[in-house]
Each structure stands twice: as C-alpha cells, then as structure tokens.
Design a protein around this ligand. Structure first.
Ligand SMILES: [Zn+2]
Ligand SMILES: [Zn+2]
Length: 456
C-alpha cells in the first residue's frame, strides 16, 4: 500500500490547522484529523489470499449457505489453530461471491394452468421434443422463463439459448393449440451442439447436456473471466447443479484426501440393479485401490492401499438421473441396450447417499420421465411423461398429449428421471434434540407411572 502524496495547497492548509491546534495542546485531535490516502496494492498478498480461503465473513449477505455449511464454518473457526495448508486444500472452497441466490428459486409453480401443446416431429426430432417437454415442466426453470426475467434484459444479438427457450416455453404453454412446431430451436441445433443434425436420431441425454450448457453460457455472458466456483452460482447451475465429494482414505496413515466436483446429473450404472435405490447404493459404495491400482498418498509419500468413496456433497434443487442403458462401445456394432425395468419411486430421499459431513436430508418429487423405445440410442423413439402444474400426469409423445396415471408413469423403462426438491426438505437436518426430547418423554412417562402406582 502506498500513501498518496499530499498536494502543496493541502499541506499548507493542514499545517496551518495543525499549528493552531498544537497551540491548544490537542495533538491527538491532529492525528485523528489527518487524512491518509490508500491505493490498492498491485502485488498479490499470498498470506491474505490464504486467509480469505480459510475464513468467510459471519454476516456476509451475499453468501447463502446451507445450515450444514454454517455449522462447519463455526467448527472451522474454533479449530483454526489445528488447520494446516493441507487441510485447506482438502476442504470445499466456497464461492467468494454469488451470482444468483438459491433462495430466489421458486420450486412450486407460480401459476397453475392446463397442459401445454404437443410438439410436432420434424423428422427424427423426438429426442429434441422429449427433452424440451421435460424442461418445460421443470417448475423453477419455467417460472423464470415465463417471467421473461432474462429476455427483457438480454442484449445478445447472436444465438442465445435462454432467449430461445423463453420463446419456446411461452409458445408451448400459452398458444392453446394441440401441437406446435419447435422450428426455431430445431433450426438452430448446430448452435446448441455442433455435431448434431436434424433428421438423425441423437442421444436425448447428450442433447439435454448441451441445452443446459447453452443456458449457462447465456446467463454467464459478461462473466466469463470469473473463477469457476463463482460461475457455478449462476441461475441455471443453482437449479440443476450440485457437488460430488470424492474421498480417498489412505489405509496406512488413515489420511483423508477430498476433491469436490461440480455435477449436473447423476449417471447411474444399472447392471445388476433392479431399482434406482440399489443403483444409488452402488454409486456410493467404497472401492478399494490396491495391487496395480494403488494410491499415491501425499502424507506417506509412497504408493499405498486406499479406499475411495464418492458421495453427494451438495444436493441440487432439480435432480436429473441418467440410467446408463446404452453401452456405447457395443452400440457401435448395433444393439447394446439394457432394456430391463429399473424401479423408481415418486418420492426420493437422497439423505443416505450424502457426505457424512453434510447431514442434510434432501427429499425429491418426480416430475418428468424420459423413455427410449428401441434397440440403440441412435435409433428407436423417445417420448416422455410430465407432471403438469395442476398435478396431473401426461404422456407427451411428439404431437400427441394424453392423460395418464402415476401408476403408468412408474412402470416405464425410464432413461432419464427428473426430480424437484421438496422445499420443506431444504435445510432440514436430523437433530439430536428430537432424540433427547423423546428420551425425556419416555423417562417422565415411567417416572409418573411409578409415582402413580406408589400412591395406590
Ligand atoms: Zn438471451
Ligand atoms: Zn498415507
């Protein structure tokens, strides 16, 4: 930091005042009155950066965290003397600022209306139609799209995925027609995914990934230079994104090494699984790294046996699950699809699959199911089932729209499952207090029974 040189005039005035005040013996007052100008340092302060990573302001209004985070923070402050640089690298790096606050999202529908239009097929565009329909019935996303929050301010003259989807959703939900043509999005498919083209069957999951990426690019325009953790607080990421924790424990020195990866959906292996629950159990099952696959422990400084486990560190507001039905290596030669039914429920609790440090219980409700019919991902037919804002389920099969029961939906050989978080499960933590109250009540019950009996 540098002190700005005072101008001649300034110095003159000040020294005059100083002299006058000194006469009265008020030196302290002079010190208080003297203005010192600071300039921003151009040299990076490593020590300060390290501290910034370590602590976050207690009352920072920009940072909204789940209760678990807050608790962790307070623990961190208490134990700060024990923390080393190694621990710092090992912890989740929270964003230093937030682009879009998660609590601004509305997980329930803002407006209840009758089911929207079907989408006409433009020649093998069922993959595109099904994905667009699933996105259209995603409450937190569509609430924002229907408010034109983005479009009103967007200055992008070129292709903008947000603007395109805004137009599409208001057409699909507001035209009142039995079916509409998603021509605008279909004709811009090369802007969404360079390698895709109309007329050829594409993988619906891959298309969904490109649409979500496009939406993120739209809302991140002008923020491209920010660091990734801040970028991951954009509106779209706040809806669909979460974090996975990968923990490797050295079995010799017991040291835990953690990495945290952003994730926009869960891709679950379904080989040997008859339900999504089972597939999730296998997803978090610890794996032993040994023999030819040993782990290089940073503390032991050698190759050791280790245990690796992936868990969900931060649960998303909208959870997308892909059931890995396609074996891409095999489907190259045709076939290679796992066609069996994998059971899934309307309500899903992600609690058992969360990281231990995050004792959160995220509860989700199913709102869309995307199905693939046929032998491989590059052939066959895609269609989907969506839950409308009025709570009724519909099958959306290109231009055809028909009401179905939840029972029918739950019987589908799903490829993609879409769940939205139950707002009441946000910040819901299992508390020890409840257990304590329970124990106290039982104690008093027996105590009074004992007293009551002794009086008889
Ligand atoms: Zn736009
Ligand atoms: Zn070790």
């Amino acid at each position: 930091m540098k002190t700005a040189p005072a101008t001649a005039n300034n110095t003159f005035n000040k020294s005059k005042v100083d002299a006058a005040l000194s006469k009265n013996g008020n030196n302290l007052f002079i010190l208080k009155q003297r203005r010192v100008h600071f300039k921003l340092s151009t040299r990076p302060d490593k020590q300060q950066e390290l501290l910034k990573k370590k602590y976050s302001p207690i009352n920072n209004p920009d940072v909204i965290g789940l209760k678990g985070d807050k608790q962790k923070n307070s623990n961190k402050t208490q134990n700060n003397s024990e923390n080393t640089t190694e621990d710092l690298e090992n912890e989740f790096q929270k964003p230093t600022s937030i682009l879009y606050k998660k609590d601004k999202l509305k997980l329930h529908w803002n407006k209840i209306s009758s089911i929207g239009s079907g989408l006409r097929n433009l020649g093998n565009t069922c993959f595109l139609n099904s994905v667009l329909q699933c996105l259209t019935y995603t409450p937190p996303l569509t609430n924002i799209l229907l408010s034109s929050e983005h479009g009103r301010k967007c200055k992008n003259q070129q292709f903008c995925m947000m603007c395109e989807l805004e137009k599409h959703v208001s057409m699909a939900l507001g035209s009142g027609k039995d079916s509409v043509v998603p021509r605008s999005i279909a004709s811009r498919i090369k802007n969404i995914a360079k390698h895709m083209r109309i007329g050829r069957q594409e993988d619906a999951h891959e298309f969904l990934r490109f649409v979500i990426e496009g939406l993120q690019n739209s809302v991140l325009r002008g923020y491209e230079k920010l660091d990734n953790r801040i970028k991951e607080t954009n509106m779209i990421y706040q809806i669909f994104g979460g974090y996975l924790q990968s923990q490797v424990k050295c079995l010799e020195c017991k040291y835990n090494s953690n990495t945290f990866d952003p994730c926009l959906d869960l891709s679950l292996d379904i080989k040997g699984c008859d339900s999504v629950k089972r597939a999730l159990e296998l997803f978090i099952k610890p794996e032993i790294l040994s023999k030819g696959n040993k782990y290089k422990c940073s503390r032991c400084k050698k190759l050791t046996n280790a245990q690796k486990q992936i868990t969900i560190y931060q649960a998303p507001m909208v959870l997308t699950i892909q059931l890995k039905r396609f074996d891409f290596a095999r489907s190259f030669y045709g076939g290679g699809k796992i066609g069996k039914v994998v059971n899934f429920d309307e309500v899903l609790n992600l609690g058992p699959y969360m990281s231990k440090s995050h004792r959160e219980i995220p509860i989700y409700r199913l709102y869309a199911v995307l199905v693939h019919y046929g032998g491989s991902c590059n052939s066959g037919h895609y269609y989907c089932f969506v839950k409308n804002s009025n709570g009724i389920w519909y099958e959306m099969n290109d231009s055809s729209v028909s009401q179905v029961s939840l029972k029918t939906v739950l019987k589908q050989p799903a490829y993609l499952l879409f769940y939205v978080r139950d707002p009441s499960s946000i910040n819901k933590m299992p508390t020890k207090i409840n257990v304590n109250i329970f124990i106290t009540l039982i104690f008093f019950f027996f105590f009074y029974q004992y007293i009551f009996k002794s009086f008889l």
